[in-house]
Structure formats: structure tokens, C-alpha cells
Design a protein around this ligand. Structure first.
Ligand SMILES: C=C(OP(=O)(O)O)C(=O)O
Ligand SMILES: [Mg+2]
Length: 458
């Protein structure tokens, strides 16, 4: 059945600023019946080596970052010419056409930013045309699971200066009964951490994703602060709230060594794994993302064999949302979870394909924002569409981060009685982990925190 009013008639593209103040691409798509949809494309800082190519203008710098006018021109010239007249609700055909049109493995001809902007705008327009919310259009009538949010409340690595070596220290409020209460918990612990930092005379400045960036004597001191903030906010660590990490280890890996400046340590891959094993013993960690560098496949296989029964090991830079790298990971038993970032692969169809491939293989999936974000909230809908149960979108503060969390609350309200918060079920290893380590062994934890060489300044 052909309905011509769903046909694509126009595409517009322009530069906007992302949350770091760098140019980002915004695409507006129009259908024959007058429906319009807008999509914004985010941008990473700690990018994986094999991510789809984000097209940036040469040295034509604007606003302190490189522009996206070339990508915008591809949208309004080549892509519009190819898609004009196609039905917006034929997402798979449209994405296939975009891939063919580009013709490169890395989407470097048209730019993955141009391609994703169109792919997303197309999905949004089709959803609007059919009178469906985006999560239902993408996920069908069974899309009902609200993801556990991971709140990155303490920033380091490439997302902050003078912070810890590790990029993200995250709260995982898996014990909450609803998404809205998980969000409230995240905000309360975030504020408790702020007050704790002020009380200790530490900086409460924030990094790219809205988390605080205190200057600390060791990386582990950040874990101590997270635990104290949870307690200060009146929650029970290991029960109401667990912890997640994204060290983004590629950023401190060179010549086969992991160099931790804060800890004055220079480790090989096996020693880095042993370092993480100690943290898994000591803290209620449920998720460990990119604990090793993105070319350390053997190291990942070893780490997964040692820790994979107890903790979620997530491949972000390792898999770059790409089925080719995920296949290698499945074959070599690397990780048991994948991060899903639409702009790492470039189309909605491929993003959903990689996520479903992972879920079929028994891997968990976490949908993710980028460190340079726009106000686009598509990832919130995508997480519900996939029923995958996990999302990360930074701190529960800053407009571009809370836009996604607020959208999830809206979806929860829309779904009403059908809404199901993923909670602990999103973490199949939760019961087997040492998730209660901090609760059942407070003496050990306290001991570590008061160790002078590793402890916080008074
Ligand atoms: C969100 C992340 O950072 P970026 O967008 O800088 O890659 C990440 O590494 O998971
Ligand atoms: Mg990451």
C-alpha cells in the first residue's frame, strides 16, 4: 500500500553548537504532508579508533572547533537527491540507500554525522506521520522496559582536566522501583557529593558530562567519595545503588603499558586486570566499561575470563557499535556487554542490528550518549525500543544530559501501568557478584579509605 504523503520532499541541514561549544550538525526532514522532524548529531572526545568517520571541515574553524558545513552540504545535495520521494517509514531501505551512496566502510565520503542526522530525522518524521512516539515506532508494541540510568557524577580522563585518570565514575540506582525514582536517587546522591566536596575543601567544578572533577591523591579516592556520597544521601550502597566505571583505558595506554598518573603506576595488561579485580572485590561494582585499551583483545579475553561472572564487562571503544568487532568479541570471548552509540556506526538500522545481535548472544546492552551532546533525545527512545534495560547520559544535571532523562520520565508516564523499570534484572550477574561487598565488609572498606597514601586530604 503506497501512501505518497509519507514521501520525503526536503532536507535542510545547519550547524548548531554542542554541549562543549563545538559545531554539531542538525538535520530537518520534511514529508509531503508537511510533517517535519529535527535531529541533532552528538560528538565524542574519547573516540574509538574504528568509529564511523565524523566529517569535519578542514581548517575552516568556527566557534573554536571544526565546522560541519561539508556534512551539511552532503545532506542537502547528494542525500536529498537520492532520498527525495522515498517513504520515510521504509527505514531499512533508506539506511541501505545511505550506506550505498557513501560507498565506504567508515562512511567517510558523506560523513557519519550527515548520514546519522538523516537516518534519525527520518525515523522521527515517520513516527510523527504514523502518530506514534519514537520508542513505539522503533520498538513496536512490546517496547515497555525503562532502562536503569547510569549517572556519571565524577569525571576524569579526557572529559576533565586535573581529575582522576579514569573517565567516568557512575551511580547505578538499580534498586529503585521506577525510572523516576532512580532519577531522583541519582540527583540526591549528586547533590550529596557536591556538599561532601565542599565540606572537604575540594573543587566542585564539573567536566564534560556534568560530573564533579575533584583533584585527588589517587584514583581510588574517587571510589571512596562515591561511597560516602551514597551514604550521605541516605541510600544503601550495594542494595539501592551500585557503581559503574568507564575508565576509557585507551586514553592512558601507550606502548603496551597502562600508565596511571594519579596512582604513579605503570602496569601491563595482566596487572591492570588484577587492579580491577581488587576494585570488584572491594566495591559494589556492577559495570566495567573499556577497562583495557581498544587493541588489547587478548587482555580483554583474559579479563572477561577472570571477572566476567561477577561484573558486566562492556565494550565501547573495543566494539564501536559495529557488528564486525562484536563478532570478533563473541568469538574470542571478550566482554559480556556492549555500549550502543548510534554515531559510532552511523544509521538507526545498523545501531538496532548490532544491539539485537548482542542481545541474542546473551550480552547486555547499554545505550549511550556522547560527551559532546545536543538536545536530541533519540537515545532515550532507542533504549526503550530495544527493551535493553540500560542507558547512560551523564550526570543528572546540565540540560543536554537531563533532556534524555526527562524524556524517559515522559515515556514512563505515557506507558502508565505497562511501564516496567528494568532494575536489578538489567544486570544478570548482580546476584553472583560482590555487589554487597561494601555492605558486608565495611571494615575493609573503611580501612582502605583511611590509608594515608590513598586517602583523601583531610
Ligand atoms: C561517552 C563516552 O565518551 P565519548 O563520547 O567522549 O566517547 C564514552 O567513552 O563512553
Ligand atoms: Mg566509553
Amino acid at each position: 500500500m503506497h501512501n505518497s504523503s509519507c514521501a520525503i520532499t526536503d532536507l535542510a541541514a545547519n550547524e548548531i553548537l554542542d554541549s562543549r561549544g563545538n559545531p554539531a550538525l542538525q538535520v530537518t526532514l520534511t514529508l509531503e504532508d508537511g510533517t517535519t522532524a529535527v535531529a541533532g548529531v552528538p560528538s565524542g572526545a574519547s573516540t574509538g579508533a574504528f568509529e564511523a568517520h565524523e566529517l569535519r571541515d578542514g581548517d575552516n574553524t568556527r566557534f573554536g572547533g571544526k565546522g560541519v558545513w561539508q556534512a551539511a552540504a552532503h545532506v542537502t545535495d547528494t542525500i536529498l537527491e537520492a532520498l527525495r520521494g522515498m517513504r520515510a517509514d521504509s527505514q531499512r531501505e533508506i539506511d541501505t540507500r545511505l550506506i550505498e551512496l557513501d560507498g565506504t566502510e567508515s562512511k567517510s565520503q558523506l560523513g557519519a554525522n550527515a548520514i546519522l542526522g538523516v537516518s534519525l530525522a527520518c525515523a522521527r518524521a515517520a513516527a510523527a506521520f504514523h502518530g506514534l512516539p519514537l520508542f513505539q515506532y522503533l520498538g513496536g508494541s512490546d517496547a515497555h522496559i525503562l532502562p536503569v540510568p547510569m549517572f556519571n557524577i565524577l569525571n576524569g580522563g579526557k572529559h576533565a582536566t586535573h581529575g582522576p585518570d579514569f573517565q567516568e565514575f557512575k551511580l547505578v540506582p538499580l534498586g529503585a522501583p521506577t525510572f523516576a525514582q532512580a532519577l531522583r536517587c541519582g540527583a540526591e546522591v549528586y547533590h550529596a557529593l557536591h556538599d561532601l566536596l565542599v565540606a572537604k575543601g575540594l573543587s566542585a567544578n564539573v567536566g564534560d558530562e556534568g560530573g564533579f572533577v575533584p583533584e585527588l591523591p589517587s584514583n581510588e579516592a574517587a571510589m571512596g567519595l562515591m561511597m560516602q556520597a551514597i551514604e550521605r544521601a541516605g541510600y544503601k550502597a550495594g542494595e539501592d545503588v551500585c557503581l559503574g566505571l568507564d575508565p576509557a583505558a585507551t586514553s592512558f595506554f601507550a606502548d603496551g603499558r597502562y600508565r596511571l598518573e594519579r596512582d604513579k603506576l605503570d602496569l601491563d595488561s595482566a596487572e591492570m586486570t588484577a587492579y580491577w579485580a581488587e576494585w570488584v572485590d572491594r566495591y559494589p561494582l556492577v559495570s566495567l566499561e573499556d577497562p583495557l585499551a581498544d587493541n588489547d583483545w587478548r587482555g580483554f579475553a583474559h579479563l572477561t575470563s577472570v571477572l566476567g561472572e561477577r561484573v558486566q564487562v562492556v565494550g565501547d571503544d573495543l566494539f564501536v557499535t559495529n557488528p564486525r568487532f562484536l563478532s570478533r568479541g563473541l568469538a574470542e570471548h571478550c566482554c559480556n556487554s556492549i555500549l550502543i552509540k548510534p554515531n559510532q556506526i552511523g544509521t538507526i538500522t545498523e545501531t538496532q542490528g548490532t544491539a539485537r545481535m548482542a542481545l541474542r548472544a546473551g550480552y547486555t546492552c547499554m545505550v549511550s550518549h556522547r560527551s559532546g551532546e545536543t538536545l536530541d533525545t533519540s537515545i532515550a527512545d532507542l533504549a526503550v525500543a530495544l527493551n535493553c534495560g540500560q542507558i547512560k547520559s551523564g550526570a543528572p544535571a546540565r540540560g543536554e544530559r537531563v533532556a534524555k532523562y526527562n524524556r524517559l520520565m515522559e515515556i514512563e508516564r505515557q506507558l502508565g501501568a505497562s511501564a516496567t523499570f528494568a532494575g536489578k534484572t538489567a544486570f544478570p550477574r548482580f546476584g553472583q557478584t560482590h555487589a554487597n561487598a561494601a555492605v558486608s565488609r565495611p571494615d575493609k572498606l573503611q580501612g582502605r579509605e583511611s590509608t594515608p597514601s590513598r586517602g583523601l586530604p583531610a
